[in-house]
Design a protein. Sequence first.
Lengths: 140, 647
Amino acid sequence: MKFWPFIAALVAIYLAAAPSTVAAQDSLPPAPYAYNQLDDPQQEAAAQALMETLRCLKCQSQSIADSDAPMAGDMRHQVRTRIAMGEDPEDIRAWLIERYGDYVSYAPTVSETTWPLFAIPLLLILVAAIVLWRRFRRRA
Amino acid sequence: MIAELGLAALWLAAALAALQLVAGAFAQRDGAAELAALARPAAIIQGLLAAFSFLMLLILFARTDLSVKLVAMNSHSAKPMIFKLSGAFGNHEGSMLLWITVMALAGALIAAVERRLPERTMMATLGAQAFVGLGFYAFLLFSSNPFERLPEPALEGMGLNPLLQDIGLVFHPPTLYVGYVGLSVAFSFAVGALLTRQVTPDFARAMRPWVLGAWIFLTLGITAGSYWAYYELGWGGWWFWDPVENASLMPWLAATALLHSASVLAARDALRAWTIMLGVVAFSMSMVGTFLVRSGILTSVHAFAVDPERGTFILILLSIYIGGALLLFGLRAGTVAEGERFSVTSREAALVFNNVMLSAILGIVLLGTLYPLVTEAFDVRVSVGPPYFNPVGAIFVVPMLIVMAVGPLLRWRQDSVARIRLPMVIAATATLAVLFLVMLTSDIGILPLLGLSLSFGLAIASFMPLRGRKLRMLPLATWGMVMAHFGIAVSLFGMACESAFSEETLAAVEIGDSAEVGPWSVALSEVRPTAGPNWTALEGRLMVSYDGGKPREIDPQSRNFWAPPQETTESALVTRWNGQLYAVIGREAGDGRWQLRLWWKPFVTLIWYGGVLIALGGVLALIGRLLNDLKRRSVKSRGAARREAQA
């Protein structure tokens, strides 16, 4: 909790400087493929599908396909150019995970840290089956 | 003066909650009749005082009284009046005051109108309601006082998050809160019945309208929240599996299961323990949701204040109430007999199956929502999003939808599959026909494909219970069920179509040029500056025409708010019967061209129409139940009057 004064100070500085920072951001044009689609509809669809499963790291629970944040735009540009170069979507995801960590991908894969996400649903299926079986066995 | 009045009313209300708790508790013993007689009036006055306190807060915001800290932090004199008022609950303290007000009013309403419960259970229920209320009064008074004054009045307020300056905020939080907190009544009923061990069909009949009412508001709140996110966030998404959205979905899932379970208890005196359990779980999910949203664990447009102390406070309340209720359940569940029996092919069995499925879905949503928070505590950050929730949820949703189509056709207690073979074959044929037709004609994902075909089967099956019945004699509650189940099918169809057939165009367009999306042609004819009371904007004038038809004008905006400074997009929508055109104007590309984001979303509106149908189904059922109760009550009192006259 010792960070709070620091963060508060940062926010204060940001608020004071807000008009100029906003202007600075505006003056930087977004990367070409941030707001432009690929010409090949199939490639664009593949890029879109991938972008919907990547997290915008600057936003709250939004994918990079749903965000106006400059960083999301840059990431969209990355995804589209790489897809256009013929890279496999899962390779792009792996590359982004390597760069930003697991956090960037909305599609968790089974790993040391995520196995409960997959084990618990299996357990739920089992429990549901047992509950139903016990309930109906006695009635039959 | 107004702030002090509000605070005083709040303290008095808390004191009355304490009185209500004591009265309810002592009423459990014999010979405390005088004290017990206080419980009902205490509940009613408590409700009025809380409402008065909330009214005072509204007045403070309406006047923009900048000597009050909450107003200075969250309002601004230049805001339109409607957003000044809605801003009263667009912040942490105000929204918690709204929460406690709704809870106190719900308690007052039970005290005023509920007459069916045995007196001891009623007193235990009122006591439980007061016990939960007290915790939230303490939270409000000790760590979130909305009426705190500033030492020096502020010169100007800091304003309200522009995303919240929308007509949606006027309705969304109160609707959702009535739903969330309405479930506290079910919780108190369940605790009351556990304490007195009186879990009977009459108990379920008494509880059902309250659950129905809360469930209707939850349904509407979620539906409206989803539509609001859809048009306000500017990217055409309607559900993000955001923890805050999940926080509202979880109580809904539990309440849906509870509603069906209570129906079985009311009609057949079965599933006693199950109903009690769901009553506890439903409100627990409301509280978990509040904890997630209000503790500052999540940063989102809903988390107004990031304050770890408050989070700890809510967490303690949460463990007391949920832990306590579950402990009580564990101790008493063994003594609550299971109730009547039924066979595998019966309506009860179908309802049990779907309650298990709903509980499993609830488990998945809870897991996916909490897991990233748990790992974050160990410095491992993972994201759980649609690629997880959709397929894993579908494992339970698909069987649930199938049983949902069949269940209402079955009779209570014991039935045979042979009797309902014809409607089952019809619904299954429709499902499979759509499945193969879509598979042959287009290439869409497996989940939208399943959704699309099941929606047809379910839509047909949802009307089957009307077959061979005299429609004019049919109880309103049955009509309600048919409508709500049909609403699920409608909503499912919309979701599947949106997911499978949406088209997107991002284009940089010069003035005078046009872009295409699906069957639409969109021409940018002008970009002009415009202004509102607390924002300036660039407004694009788009002439849009569907399939070469007559063009019409829409005006999406890119708004800049100045207090606080923030940019938002105001999308422009064109709604047709078969879908929606969604248009957003972005920045200038630097070379005189403007960024347009366009979507054609076939049948997307059905998602929300379906939600409204589901809620209307609930309303019909509620009216039906209440009319029945009134009839029964008047028959009873007339009978009593006649007996008296004869005597």
